[in-house]
Design a protein around this ligand. Structure first.
Ligand SMILES: [Zn+2]
Length: 143
């Protein structure tokens, strides 16, 4: 197990604090969160590992299953991947609105347009709150 010098943070899988590590198996690298559990009866440190996904396989998956959308699928070690997915998908929809209209007509799933608008508006409100929070944090740091 190779140690990554990144500092400790909450594990995206279990929520416990740990540190990001990579492990090579059969020539491929995988991300794990390493959680310290204390010492065993022999005084050796015990750890729990949470699997977060392969380091480099997602690029292949992205290109084969989402070639049009160009969504950069990534592993759980990327803690802001949700926002990266949303940006990629929003850009795709913006640039392909007429093709999307045709797809909706073919599928006859017209309700998806209103459902998507509602979800995006709610996400937009949540992100605006985050933006205001970060602005306040920046102002406090500057004082
Ligand atoms: Zn974990």
């Amino acid at each position: 197990m190779k140690r990554n010098p990144l500092e400790s943070f909450a594990c995206p899988r279990c929520g416990d604090i740990g540190s990001l590590t990579t492990k090579a198996v059969n020539g491929r690298s995988y991300f794990y969160m390493k959680h310290y559990l204390g010492k065993d009866e022999n005084g050796r440190s015990k750890y729990k590992y949470c699997y977060l996904g392969p380091v480099d396989e997602y690029l292949y998956v992205s290109k084969t299953t989402h070639p049009r959308e160009a969504i950069p699928l990534t592993n759980m070690a990327n803690l802001v991947r949700d926002l990266e997915y949303l940006i990629a998908l929003s850009n795709f929809i913006t640039q392909n609105a007429s093709a999307l209209a045709n797809a909706i007509r073919r599928s006859k799933r017209y309700y998806l347009v209103d459902e998507t608008i509602k979800a995006v508006e709610e996400a937009s409100q949540a992100l605006k709150m985050l933006s205001e929070m970060f602005e306040e944090e920046k102002m406090i740091e500057e004082i």
